[in-house]
Write a protein of this length. Structure first.
Length: 96
């Protein structure tokens, strides 16, 4: 896992956690247990009745055992998306 994360350091990533949260931020570092350090990050909160709300988190650490998916965010595509009109069900927690 660490080899693939090396390529994402200092890039904007989106992380989906096991409890269904969607967190976007700059990946600043990680360790051997995949704990992540994100900077300038925010959580995107989805709703079926309102647009996507973005809650500012700032500097944030996510435990490796709470990560479901990590991926690089295409900033060009993301900047063109109008999140105020996006409606979606919030993600449900991962069931093991």
């Amino acid at each position: 896992m660490s080899a693939s994360l090396d390529a994402l350091v200092n890039k904007v990533v989106t992380v989906v956690t096991n409890d269904g949260r969607n967190i976007v931020g700059n990946l600043r570092g990680f360790d051997q247990t995949t704990n992540l350090i994100l900077d300038d990050c925010h959580e995107r909160v989805f709703s079926t009745t309102a647009g996507v709300q973005q809650e500012v988190l700032g500097l944030y650490i996510i435990r490796g055992d709470n990560i479901a998916i990590i991926g690089e965010l295409d900033q060009d595509v993301d900047s063109q998306a109008d999140l105020s009109v996006v409606r979606a069900e919030p993600l449900k927690p991962v069931a093991h």
